[in-house]
Design a protein around this ligand. Sequence first.
Ligand code: TMP
Length: 234
Amino acid sequence: MKKLEMLYEGKAKKVYKTEDEKKYIVEYKDDATAFNGLKKGTIGDKGIINNKMSALLFTLLEEKGVPTHFEGQLNDREMLVKAVEILPLEVIVRNVAAGSLAKRLGLDEGVEMKTTVLEFCFKNDALGDPMVNEDHIEAIALATKEQVALIRSYALQVNQYLRAFFIEKGLKLIDFKLEFGVYEGKVILADEISPDTCRLWDAETNRKMDKDRFRRDLGEVEETYQEVLSRLQK
Ligand code: TMP
């Protein structure tokens, strides 16, 4: 499949049209940002790692029955996906307190949630992706009630399958962010699943194995991304 014009360039990926109007090509970049773009850098080979890891996890989720935009990996940095219309929501799933939740509620990072927490943010960089509830989502038509119900159900299924898969690889899934899109009228999982969008801690040592190494200047960023991929491939 040939790449045609670029449709969109985000902070970590580029999206291209193809000769098939129902398919896009996603190219994963090494660029990394944090704090809504305030901190900028690159993580060597991140694009390759995130493309491979997303391909592997989308394949696993499809096998479990969760519909995704993934059609196939094309090369190191590119995958073919269904041409979804992205819903302007960031869906965050949390198993353990960390990051903005720990800050907002005054919890120590590492405190287990008694039940899984789902949060929705309005995907809008100019506003800093503010948190919204299901009433806001319906009231300003970010998604319909039916779409939100499906998203909730898929997000919890994804959590269940990924948690089980990661723990086998010695990784605890602390929290993660998903994005969904609409394709042929149906809600499906889109975007990526990678150390950029998940918090993963080593199951034995609690070492941070994700983008927090970049966000918080913890060092060994590239090596850690590589280590996560190689554990998942075993
Ligand atoms: P947070 O604790 O900073 O709100 O992040 C929650 C999860 O969402 C964490 O796994 C990182 C991920 N995330 C993104 O993928 N993109 C973002 O822009 C932000 C803020 C978080």
